[in-house]
Design a protein around this ligand. Sequence first.
Ligand SMILES: [Zn+2]
Length: 171
Amino acid sequence: MSTGTAPTVSQPTYRDGDFVPTREVPFSSDLDELIAEIRAGRAPNIGRFCGYCSAPIGQEHSCGICGETTDRTPAVDKIDRDLAQIYHAKRKREGLYVHLAAWTGILLATALSILMILLLPGWTKAFAIAFLVLGGYFAGVFFGNVLIQGVAYRAGLNMFARRWSEWRSQS
Ligand SMILES: [Zn+2]
C-alpha cells in the first residue's frame, strides 16, 4: 500500500465507539491533559515518558498506550516540542468543529423562527420569539454535543494519526 515516499497512515481503532490506543496511533489522553496543563503554565515539562510514544509511564517498565518496553526504547524525561504541538493542534481542530456545529444549530433555529414570524398569524408570532430563544439554545447544545461525540472526535483522531506518523518518520 505504501507509495515509498509518504509514510503510511494507520486509521484509529475504535471499540464500541471509543478510541483504543495502538502502537500505530498511540494517542494518550493522560499526555493530552498533561500537555494542556504545561501549556497553561500549571505543570512543568518533566516526568518519565515512553521513549516511543511519549505517554507518561510513571515507574512502569512498559507503556500502557503503545506496549513499548523501556528495555527496548529507554524512557525520556520530557515531551518533544513537535509532539506537544500535534496534541495541541488536535484539541484546536476538535474545538473548531464543535463551534461550527453549535453555530450551525443556532443559525438554523434563527432561520426557522424568522419563517415562523412570517407565516404565523397575529399574536401567535409570539411562539416564534420563544422558539428563537429556546430553539437556538437547544440547537446549539445539541449540535455541539452530537458533533463532539462523533465528527469532531474522529476528525481530531484522524488528524492526530496523520501528523503522528509524519513526526515519527522524521525522528
Ligand atoms: Zn508508548
